[in-house]
Design a protein around this ligand. Structure first.
Ligand code: AHM
Ligand code: MG
Length: 348
């Protein structure tokens, strides 16, 4: 789908779309709508920096001063602060948590607390910035569980089934925001000329015929027999599908986004190479759950190899999980082969 700058026809900005969706819920107070607006604004601010990242050499690199004598911030720290500052004072959130911050992030005492919880990965895949490869922001919004007072860890440790909304922003050849409030998945492309996100991908459904699989095959020797057998199955024609091609960017939002639009599967299994990630690398709360919510909303599925990601009860803020996400048929096949080859040895 292409966006034109001829705006004589239908033009749906993200603000209008979110508002229209809210009007389908007469009981809505507008709070969630405003959190989504703030995420879209954060996306524009972060995009304005990521597109200039290559100028760091000229303008100054992280920890140094640029030619104006200003300290240049690391982009992931910048993204972290941007999202925090847009949301700390609004009275909409009870607490936040971020992949970049070890503990939960309280709302500063001088501001009112609200009923929602925001978890986010401010700049996922940030090691890709130096080589001009796409990066992304991922966010997840829950209702608080506790009744009053400042939000707590309990409010953050919720399973994905409880998500109220989730989405991501992809800083690629164009900037896109893709989100769901449980009523389909919708994609918007930023038109830099007017500074607006415009509806470009309404009601995204994952194509039934998958094209790609995405995994870091450099780690294949460390995968379990079930995962190895599954990978070989993906590579050949079978009664269910044609052989899939491999595409791996190493930037989760970009890999997920491609597979969402073309059909396929992304997986980051548990491996035995790094004792620090015996259950995989990706984080349940900031990466796996929000993308699993989007996958299911688009007709797909996500699993840790043995159960739905959305059904996993988190026990820790920075919990890691193996992740298989994409077309339901492929993810269920991964589960079946893991069951068959690895028996019960894979633990969530
Ligand atoms: P990060 O949160 O430290 O940026 O790491 C997450 C990224 C994902 O975007 C990507 O899917 C994965 O790490 C790639 O890992 P690897 O380099 O091991 O393939
Ligand atoms: Mg990350």
């Amino acid at each position: 789908m292409t966006i034109t700058t001829d705006y004589a026809g239908k033009l749906i900005t993200i603000e209008r779309f979110i508002l229209d969706q809210q009007q389908a819920h007469p009981e809505a107070t507008g709070t969630l709508t405003n959190i989504l607006y703030d995420m879209a604004l954060g996306a524009k601010i972060i995009a304005s920096k990521t597109t200039r990242a290559g100028l760091a050499e000229i303008l100054g690199s992280a920890g140094e001063e640029n030619v104006q004598g200003e300290e240049v911030q690391k982009l992931d720290a910048f993204a972290q602060r941007t999202i925090f500052r847009l949301n700390d004072h609004t009275g909409r959130l009870a607490v936040m948590a971020s992949e970049e911050v070890e503990q939960v992030i309280p709302i500063p005492k001088q501001f009112p607390v609200g009923k929602y919880v925001l978890l986010f990965d401010p700049l996922d895949g940030s090691s890709n910035i130096d080589v001009n490869v796409s990066v992304g922001t991922i966010f997840a919004i829950y209702r608080r569980k506790t009744k009053e007072g400042p939000g707590t860890l309990t409010d953050c440790l919720q399973k994905g089934r409880k998500l109220v909304a989730a989405g991501y922003i992809l800083y690629g050849s164009s900037t896109m925001m893709v989100y769901s409030t449980g009523n389909g998945v919708h994609g918007f492309t930023l038109d830099p000329a007017i500074g607006e996100f415009l509806l470009s991908h309404p009601n995204i459904r994952m194509p039934a015929v998958p094209k790609y699989y995405s995994a870091n095959q450099g780690y294949q020797p460390y995968w379990s027999p079930g995962v190895q057998a599954f990978t070989e199955w993906l590579q050949r024609d079978t009664p269910e599908k044609k052989a899939l091609s491999l595409r791996y960017i190493g930037s989760l939002v970009a890999d997920f986004h491609r597979n969402l639009l073309t059909g396929g599967i992304f997986f980051y299994p548990a491996d035995t190479k790094d004792p620090k990630k015996p259950v995989g690398k990706l984080r349940l709360l900031y990466e796996a759950s929000p993308l699993a919510f989007l996958a299911e909303q688009a007709g797909g599925y996500a699993s840790n190899g043995t159960q739905a990601i959305l059904d996993i009860e988190p026990t820790e803020l920075h919990q890691r999980v193996p992740l298989y996400i994409g077309n339901r048929m492929l993810v269920e096949k991964a589960e079946a082969m893991i069951r068959e080859y690895d028996e019960a040895s894979v633990v969530a």
